[in-house]
Design a binder for this molecule. Sequence first.
Ligand SMILES: [Zn+2]
Length: 291
Amino acid sequence: MKFILKTLLTLFIAGFVLQGCQDQYDTNTVPESVIDRLQEMGFNPEGIEVVPEGYRIERDIIITPADLERNVGIIANGKHTDKQYRTTNLVNAGNGRNITIYAPEEGGSTGGGGRGKKGGGGGGDGYSAAMIAGLDLAIDRYNAENLSITFSRVTSSTGADIVMTRLNKRDERRGVLGSAGFPTAGGDPYGEIKMSGVLESSYGLSVEGIATIIAHEIGHCIGFRHTDYFDRSISCGGSTANEGDGGVGAIHISGTPTGATLAAKSWMLSCADGGDRPFNNDDVTALNVLY
Ligand SMILES: [Zn+2]
């Protein structure tokens, strides 16, 4: 299973690097002005996709029209070799803030349903028991750090801070794992995580592997950039590719050491390998500096 996933991800990345994935990078639908703006903001628009929320870059980062409008200066980072990065905007934690997350559960949520699901498919909009368990584990991992923000899962979307919705089937089939955006200028977390519903049925991911990906997307929602944003090849392979600071900022988090490595398995590395990446010591430092 792992081998299949790796092969799939490697194939995907190869396509991405070598030919820019024609079905993702469609200059006919992405206005030239947006590409210019993204470049001006410091993002690498290669592989940009049009999505309902705005644009998706690097396969999992959502740039909203509000992000494009925001006049946030590019922050000089020097050498780009430090370990942890955040965006300009963070969640306003005040004196402590609980962030609620809602995810729809598979209708009936029967125990044995997972197996029968076909590869690229997925029935309704709900998530399997393993996906919900992955979300709960991701939440537990954050809450175990005693941060100024906590998370809890709620069973109604009404008033939820973050709603987890299914990626569309085409994205699920293409192997997109999840996507999220960055905190708002008003200090709220980004409000939507789109997650694949076939991580278990198509890729055989464990609950821990699922939790790692969900925790990664939560990380974006509260302001974390990719640990290796300055060189995605560290976790994705292929040739060196800098995401740019994107105008949303890529500010080094003090106290985190230099030199992102694949071996350290930060939960915020650009590319997942399907395995478990609980917070490492540097991740914990970074979380505690911000929250
Ligand atoms: Zn990401």
